[in-house]
Design a protein around this ligand. Structure first.
Ligand SMILES: [Zn+2]
Length: 148
């Protein structure tokens, strides 16, 4: 396996989505390639940072609005996929992180600007927010997989 293949498959590897053969080949490559090993450790560190970020509740209309906007952007800016494919994994991770942080900041701003206190947000809002993050994550993974 070459470095570019590892780069393409590294997220699937971390998510346990590679079959046994691919995982074995990738693991062997990691033992001989410091660059890919570094890449793997960087993504692991990033994942651990994302996991410890506090979860927050947002208004249900916020999450719906974000999903709606993502879907409309997808239709309107179909060249986004070409642009995304041209990015290296580091830039994809950076873009993903930036989007997630933007989402979290947007969530806190919405919390303060929309008026209702946190306690009035229902659990449905949180479920919508989690769904949106899952959609964004799946979308990201699908785009990486689409690079082949
Ligand atoms: Zn390598």
């Amino acid at each position: 396996m070459e470095c570019w293949e590892v780069t393409e498959k590294i997220c699937s590897f971390l998510d346990g989505e590679l079959d046994q053969d691919d995982s074995g080949v990738l693991e062997r490559h990691l033992t001989i390639c410091p660059s890919c090993k570094y890449e793997l450790e960087s993504i692991k560190k990033l994942n651990s940072l994302l996991i410890v970020l506090p979860s927050m509740r947002v208004a249900s209309q916020f999450a719906r609005g974000v999903v709606k906007r993502i879907l409309s952007e997808e239709v309107r800016q179909y060249n986004f996929i070409d642009w995304w494919k041209s990015l290296t994994l580091k830039w994809k991770v950076a873009a993903y992180t930036t989007a997630l942080i933007g989402l979290l900041i947007g969530g806190s701003l919405a919390k303060f600007s929309l008026g209702p206190p946190i306690s009035s947000f229902d659990t449905t809002a949180m479920m919508w927010f989690n769904d949106e993050v899952s959609i964004a994550k799946s979308y990201n993974i699908a785009l990486i997989a689409g690079d082949r």
